[in-house]
Design a protein around this ligand. Sequence first.
Ligand code: PXP
Length: 235
Amino acid sequence: MIRLGVNIDHVATVRNARGGEHPDPVAAALLAIEAGADGITAHLREDRRHIRDADIDRLKAAITKPLNLEMAATEEMVANAIRVRPHAACIVPERRAEVTTEGGLDAAGQIDALRPMVTALRAAGIRVSLFIDPDIRQLQAAASLRADIVELHTGAYAEGKPNELERLRNAAAATTGLGLECHAGHGLTYANVQAVAAFPEVVELNIGHFIIGQAIMDGLTTVVHCFRTLIAEAR
Ligand code: PXP
């Protein structure tokens, strides 16, 4: 069965909008696992705009399923990962001004800088995933770096760019010969997930924004009903 990793970053985005404790991304992770998630993904960004260091520590302690830590290729983040020891570290490109991860990691262009980081993470027993565009050069670089996993960036496909599904299919097919486990994610929704989930090589999908957004839509009725009851009971 294909695994579903739930990215809980945007629960923290909502929490941080008010600066308090609610909603708690760790509580959301536990609910997601109870509902059938096979793992939890969280991105500790350099600017800590959503997930914070303490969230990662609490997640690691609380969840019973694998933690996939998304991180930039920096010495600070490698040291963090080695301290926390998530099940997997997914190296993503990160630019301060971006709203979300735009485009895949240029593994081919940064091979020398990435090599010691991949080696250190693997030596600590952490599976290493590289978030790359569906491009054969990037796949070959990931294999040469001895990454365990590639996560194929589905963002361009999700935006409806032409030929992207074909590029993803070809990249997924190439992972087997290169000895890479194949994951995929970014921008996946009810409407576009099935075409990617159908690729036989893809063993894990990581989905965040749509899940958290749709959870608001699905949960709003319950919460409004609950408030109607509470305020009516108060009279
Ligand atoms: N995979 C990776 C590596 C990501 O960086 C993200 C976004 O944080 C996702 C998956 C999930 O993307 P989305 O939030 O669009 O579902």
